[in-house]
Structure formats: C-alpha cells, structure tokens
Design a protein around this ligand. Structure first.
Ligand code: DGT
Ligand code: CA
Ligand code: CA
Ligand code: ZN
Length: 594
C-alpha cells in the first residue's frame, strides 16, 4: 500500500471525526499523521514490517501505530467504516467545496440530511441554506460556484499526482527488462496539462506480438500493487482503476508503429484532427498505425513522430504545443518557438521557511536549492495580513532580511536574496511599509484575501499594485487552486499592458495546485513582451523540484528562455528585475564559486 493511500484513509477519518463533532485533539492527531506520511520518503509498509520503527516517527504513538498497521493489513480502518455507517461517504465531497468546512457540513447534514454536492447545490439554489446559522445569500452563491468547480474537477487529477503514479507504473513495468521495448506516457500527461483525466501509457513490445508474451506482460502489469479494479484486458489494451480512483490505459504496440501511436495517443484530439485533415489534403491518411498513402494505403512513415511530421511538411512539434492553437501553421513556416527547458532555470524566486508557513529553515532551503543547481533563490515569507500563515510584520521582516543576508554570507555556491511575498490589500496597497520594501532584494506581491471582488475592482486593485514602485513580481496572479477554486476575474489584458509599462514580471507559479499564470495567459504576456518568472512557492525542501511543472506550463505558453527572468545569470537577473526606489546599486558582484 502506498503512503498516500494510508494518508488518505487517515485524513478521511479525521474529517469524518470533525464532522461528527469529535474534540479537536482527536482529529488533529489523525490529520498530522496523514501529513507526516505524505511527506515521508520511506515506505510506511516497510517501516511497519520492521516492528518498532513506526513509533519512532514524530507524533506517532502506540495507538496511531496500531491504526496504521490495521490499515496496512486490511486496506481500511474500522473507525472510518464505523463513521461511514453514520454518514454517507459522499459527505466528504462537501469538504472539497471551497466555502464549506466540517462544522458547516455537520449543520447541513443535521438540518437537511444532505450529503452530496448535488443536494447541497439544490438547497443553495432554492435559497434554503440561508436559514442555517452562519449562512447567508452570499454563501449560497459561493456554494453554487464551488459546486460548478467540483463538477468540472470530478475524475481529474493534478499533474503531480499523475506524474508520480506514471513513474511508479513505468518503474514497475520496466521490471520486465528486455521482454519489452519502451514504456512511456502519452495523452494529456505528455502534453503536460495541469490536470489529467486518465493515464495513457504506451508499451512497445520487444518483438512481434505473440500470445505468450502479451500474456506474460499483462500478468506482470496487473500485479501492480494498488490496482482496485480491472476494466479491460485485451491483447492491444489493458485498462484498470487504481485505489486513488485514477484510471490507466496501457496500450501494447509493435515497434514499427511507435511514432504513429505516440502521436495519436498524445493528442490533443484537436491537434490530431487538424493533422489528419492536412494529411488528407496531401494525399495521405493518418491513424495510430502509420501515415499511409490514400490511394493504396502504403505506409510512408510510422516509427518516429519526427519522420511523420516531416512527411507532412512540418518541423517536430513539442507535445506541450499540441493543442491546435497555431502550432501546425508555425511548424509549417519554421517559426516554432525554441521552448524554455528545465536546465535553463537558474533560480527560484518564491519560497517560504519556518518563519511563516514553511517546514524548513533558510539554510535547509538554500542547500536543497543548491542540490538542484540553482545559482540564486529568494526567500519570500508571507506578510502580516496572512495571519493564518503566520505572516511577518515590518519588524519580523527586517529581522528575516538580516537572517537571510547572514545565511548568504555563510553558504557558498548560491546567492540568497531577501524577499517577501507581500500581500496586496483590498485597496491595492501593499502590506508592508515603504521603508521595509526598500530594503528587500526581491518584492513579490500577491492576493490572498477578498477574492470575490467584482472584476472592475479587482482590476483596479492589481493595477494599483503594479503601479506601486516597489512591486517587482506579481505572484500567482489569478489565484486559482486547481480542482478547488476558480481564478478570480479581472481584465488580464489591462493588467499585462500595465506590467509591460512598469517592467513588472508575472509569475508562472509552479506549485502543482496553482500553475498560475496558465498557458493562455503566459502566451498573452509573451506577446506583449512582459517578463515571466517561474517559481515554486515551496513550503518545504521537497517542493523545490516542482519547478519542472512551472517550466512545462511555460512551455505550453510558448515561452522561451529569453522571456524568463530567472533563466538569467545572477548579475543580469538583478539588473533586469524592475529597479525600485531605495535599492542600493549592486555591490561589486562577489563570485560565488560552487
Ligand atoms: P485527459 O485524459 O482527459 O486528461 O485527456 P487526454 O488528451 O489524455 O485524452 P484521452 O485520454 O481521452 O485520449 C488520449 C489521446 O488519444 C487524446 O489526446 C487523443 C487520442 N484520442 C483518444 N480518443 C480519440 C478520438 O476519439 N479521436 C481522436 N482524434 N483522438 C482520440
Ligand atoms: Ca488521458
Ligand atoms: Ca485514455
Ligand atoms: Zn501566495
């Protein structure tokens, strides 16, 4: 059993306990255990096998260790099952609605016995929720909006979850060794979309298809530990659903069809449709086996994507661009962008430490960033308005600046910049005094409150922040939380025009729940010459590797290296970042040898 599965069961138990009105200490211990397992690098299954070790984990006492062993042994947990006799399982979906917490869910259940998103949305639509204490007309509207988001999100997964699952599956399948050729993801995961419906894996056979090898391969694949249900088992395709709910299609193909199959199953559907129509006009047909002549169906290309594109008069199109939004025309003209790559990134400009809501210290973040070969990072705590994240006021910010500069002197091989993620208040003002803003090396600003402002007010608010001479980067500009909260609405074109005018950079936030700006907005920014930063918004050292998701989102937005500030070497980066009042000229650059 995977750690995250055990964590899920513990977390659901915590949520059910909270709905049930259990005392806070009781459900918090389950929540904490779930969080611990999510961040654990060892497999909890291994630890449990070695007897004593579970209780050595922080916060895991005898009781919890016993519960975890029960989950590992039975695949479920008796307390969770008991609670689910009292409440339908769908009640947990209600917690995914942005505006509902366990207390409110409990109230709705008590009064209406409503336990599905559909039921609650109906109550909101009929204006019945406003009679529940703590609810009003406004919360009904919020619930309706959240229910829409929920419907759209149903059955989709964050790219990070799909990526990890795909890696585990590929590693499992590769244990077949020489019995298979390649095994590789296609579909939306290969196009690096922010959310993934199902996983499409292509398995290239090592030799011609035979009944025995297909049988052996199928048996091995279906022995993957977390399969919940087998959905189809044929000689070309195996489908199953994992315990996480994620569905997987594995397609078995022969090497000579690999290029055509990759192209077909990578999609997007829109890209494929446009390619097929181009092929037809050129006297070809294109399917998952080959590009062939229309006349006598003679294959002309099939083993690699590159040769198929070439026969169609096109340069190779990177998977991230395959959405039929101009990439085919550009490939025909030879004007495709040279997309940014992970290796181009030299710094990370948004991360949190224990001073606000992060898990690691400045030093730990710096050393981990150095491992990733970053040349520089900015440490950016929340500012005081974000009380839930223990945001820093002026005094604490000054102290943090001092600590960052001190750590910078101590740690070789990476530059540490003193930054802050300063809140944009409701009126567009920044949450720290100018004197403090003047002392920061990097001023990142963002919105964490009053997210339901009307679009005109929201636009004014962001424009005011951009016009503030201290603002250098707008972080997660639309505030979306994937599968949970829609972006807030404002006039993106006006904002980007202003960003260009004031040389304010727009962030592509790489945190998998955000990926904000998205592809469409990034492309709009690029067209205007607005600079981009790609940052992880890390809350622990483990999050720093999320930078790859930011890079692939940027690639989907046609972003090139020259568009990205943190692809610049340190000194150039400091020069290109918007100059702000009070900034000292860059000291004679100290060489930081690695
Ligand atoms: P997803 O799973 O919703 O995140 O998105 P995709 O793009 O992975 O879609 P999926 O899994 O339904 O199919 C994978 C690829 O296979 C898709 O991008 C294009 C291709 N494909 C699947 N079904 C069709 C179809 O009916 N027509 C065409 N043209 N292509 C298809
Ligand atoms: Ca898919
Ligand atoms: Ca599929
Ligand atoms: Zn933030």
């Amino acid at each position: 059993m995977e750690n995250r599965e055990v964590a899920r069961i513990l977390r659901e138990t915590a949520q059910l306990l909270e709905i049930d009105g259990a005392p806070i200490g009781r459900f918090r211990s389950y929540e904490k255990a779930a969080e611990l397992l999510d961040n654990l690098s060892d497999r909890v299954e291994e630890l449990a096998r070695n007897g004593e070790k579970l209780t050595e984990l922080p916060g895991i006492g005898e009781g919890l260790a016993e519960h975890i062993r029960e989950i590992l042994g039975t695949g479920d947990y008796s307390l969770r099952r008991k609670l689910l006799k009292k409440y339908p399982e769908t009640i947990l979906d209600l917690l995914d609605l942005q505006s509902l917490g366990p207390k409110k869910v409990a109230l709705i259940w008590k009064k209406f016995h409503a336990a599905t998103v559909e039921d609650v949305a109906r109550l909101a639509r009929e204006g019945k929720l406003r009679d529940v204490p703590g609810f009003g007309e406004k919360s009904e509207q919020n619930i309706l909006r959240a229910a829409e988001t929920f419907k759209k999100a149903a059955g989709r997964f964050l790219i990070h979850d799909a990526d990890e699952t795909a890696q585990a599956l590929v590693a499992h399948i590769e244990k077949l060794g020489k019995k298979i050729g390649a095994v590789e993801p296609a579909g939306s995961l290969r196009r690096r979309k922010e959310t993934i419906g199902d996983l499409d894996l292509l398995l290239t056979l090592a030799s011609r298809r035979s009944k025995e090898t297909v049988e052996e391969i199928t048996e091995h694949i279906l022995a993957f530990p977390s399969i919940e249900q087998i959905l189809a088992r044929g000689e070309n395709k195996i489908s199953f659903r994992l315990e996480s709910g994620m569905q997987v299609d594995v397609r078995l193909l022969e090497a000579k069809h690999r290029g055509a199959a990759l192209m077909y199953f990578t999609g997007s559907k829109e890209h494929n449709v446009a390619l097929r129509s181009r092929a037809n006009k050129m006297g070809y047909t294109l399917n998952e086996y080959a590009l062939a002549t229309l006349e006598d169906e003679k294959p002309v290309a099939s083993t690699t994507e590159t040769e198929i594109y070439k026969k169609l008069g096109l340069a190779f199109i990177e998977p991230e661009l395959r959405e039929n939004t101009g990439e085919i025309e550009a490939a025909a003209k030879g004007t495709l962008p040279k997309l940014i790559e992970l290796g181009d990134i030299r710094g990370d400009l948004q991360m949190h430490t224990v001073a606000s809501d992060g898990k690691n210290t400045i030093e730990e973040m710096a050393l981990a960033a150095k491992q990733l070969e970053h040349e520089y990072i900015a440490i950016t705590e929340h500012s005081k308005a974000v009380t839930v994240a223990n945001g820093l006021d002026e005094k604490r910010t000054l102290e943090q600046i001092r600590l960052i500069h001190e750590a910078d002197k101590k740690i070789e091989g990476i530059h540490l910049l003193a930054g802050s993620e300063v809140d944009i208040l409701k009126n567009g003002k920044l949450d720290l005094d100018d004197e403090v803003l003047a002392q920061l090396d990097v001023v990142v600003v963002s919105i964490h409150s009053f997210m339901n402002l009307d679009p005109v007010a929201m636009t004014e608010r962001i424009l005011a922040a951009i016009e503030n001479p201290y603002t250098q980067i707008i972080a997660h500009p639309t505030g979306r939380l994937l599968l949970r909260r829609e972006a807030f609405t404002f006039d993106m074109e006006k904002v980007l025009d202003a960003a260009k005018k004031h040389n304010v950079a727009m962030e592509c936030n790489a945190y998998p729940d955000r990926l904000d700006l998205n592809d469409v907005h990034l492309r709009m920014a690029k067209e205007r010459g607005v600079k981009i930063t790609i940052s992880t918004d890390s809350h622990s050292t483990k999050n720093l590797s999320y930078i790859k998701y930011g890079v692939s989102m940027a690639r989907r937005g046609w972003i090139e290296r020259s568009d990205v500030l943190n692809a610049l070497p340190y000194e150039q980066f400091r020069k290109k970042l918007r100059a702000k009042p009070g900034a000292k000229p860059l000291r004679h650059p100290r060489r930081k040898s690695a």
